[in-house]
Design a protein around this ligand. Structure first.
Ligand SMILES: N[C@@H](CCC[C@H](N)C(=O)O)C(=O)O
Length: 295
């Protein structure tokens, strides 16, 4: 039987980005890709990302957070999920242990992130500094200026959809700037671009429409999860890419189908700060039956 059977989890969302939070501190349990897919497929625990709280690995951290997509793959960053984890560690009594705090240091596969509670429904996450070198995104080919990359993808390589910016925000992103977000079928070409050979680690694919120097509309095809209502790291990548192309300044509201995120690309240390809501939906325990056949 899976060690996850009977374990408590929280079903939450960050702007409609479906998040399951699982606390595995004090255990040696490792969630397999098959178990993650089984959890995601069950109607009691549907998620875009599974955020797993583990014991910290280094000094000064409150916890190590493993991020899994619903296809079972791991990710280095998840802005919406980190706000949900921060809520759980600050507000949910079984997870917070009744400790009163409003600031956290959270390790991830991509490095240490900090998170702050604004009020009990709104959190800020310091997503760290974006990276732009083609090797860091990573890209297959050497592009000297990743504000503009070229990729060929057959019929989708239309004149209106070309030269995306590439950004690593702890995870790989390609941002296409378009005049009309609704004129493009992201569900059709998202999977092709996510798996394009130019992205050796695959990529999150965004369409961005700049409405003003302080407002961007965004739709995201997420690596490992498909079309979602919102993607926090993509909102950060879009603001950074827009600012690099001089479409916006270093602060903007990014409007996604699930709602708005406030993004600031701080001048002093180049860190990107993301602020937005969290919503607790329900708590439950994993039924043993869902793991039948999953190792
Ligand atoms: N929804 C997330 C991003 C989750 C990870 C992403 N799909 C990846 O594989 O890089 C967010 O809010 O940032």
């Amino acid at each position: 039987m899976s060690a996850l059977a009977g374990r408590r989890f929280l079903k939450m969302n960050g702007l409609g980005n479906r998040i399951v939070v699982l606390d595995l501190r004090g255990t040696a349990i490792t969630v397999s890709a098959q178990e993650a897919r089984a959890i995601a497929a069950h109607p009691r625990s549907p998620f875009d990302q599974l955020m797993i709280i583990h014991d910290p690995r280094g000094p000064g951290a409150d916890a190590f957070i493993r991020i899994m997509n619903n296809d079972g793959s791991d990710a280095g960053a998840c802005g919406n999920g980190m706000r949900c984890v921060a809520w759980a560690l600050c507000v949910d009594p079984p997870i917070s242990g009744g400790i009163d705090r409003d600031h956290l240091r959270l390790e991830t596969q991509a490095g240490m992130l900090e998170a702050w509670m604004r009020d009990q429904t709104r959190f800020t996450v310091d997503m760290g500094a974006p990276r732009f070198d083609w090797q860091d995104i990573p890209l297959r080919d050497p592009f000297p200026d990743t504000r503009y990359i070229e990729l060929q993808a057959g019929p989708i390589d239309a004149p209106v959809l070309h030269s995306p910016s590439a950004v690593n925000m702890g995870n790989p992103h390609a941002v296409f700037f378009v005049d009309d977000l609704d004129a493009h079928d992201l569900a059709r070409f998202g999977p092709l671009l996510e798996n394009h050979p130019i992205f050796p680690d695959r990529a999150n694919i965004s369409l961005a429409q700049v409405l003003s120097p302080t407002r961007i509309r965004l739709k995201v095809w997420e690596r490992g999860a498909g079309l979602t209502q919102a993607c926090g790291s993509a909102a950060c990548a879009a603001l950074v890419a827009a600012a690099r192309r001089k479409f916006t300044g270093r602060e903007a509201t990014v409007s996604l189908p699930g709602g708005d995120l406030d993004i600031v690309w701080r001048e002093s240390d180049s860190h990107v700060l993301l602020t937005g809501p969290v919503e607790m939906e329900w708590e439950d325990r994993f039924p043993a039956g869902i793991f039948a056949g999953a190792a």
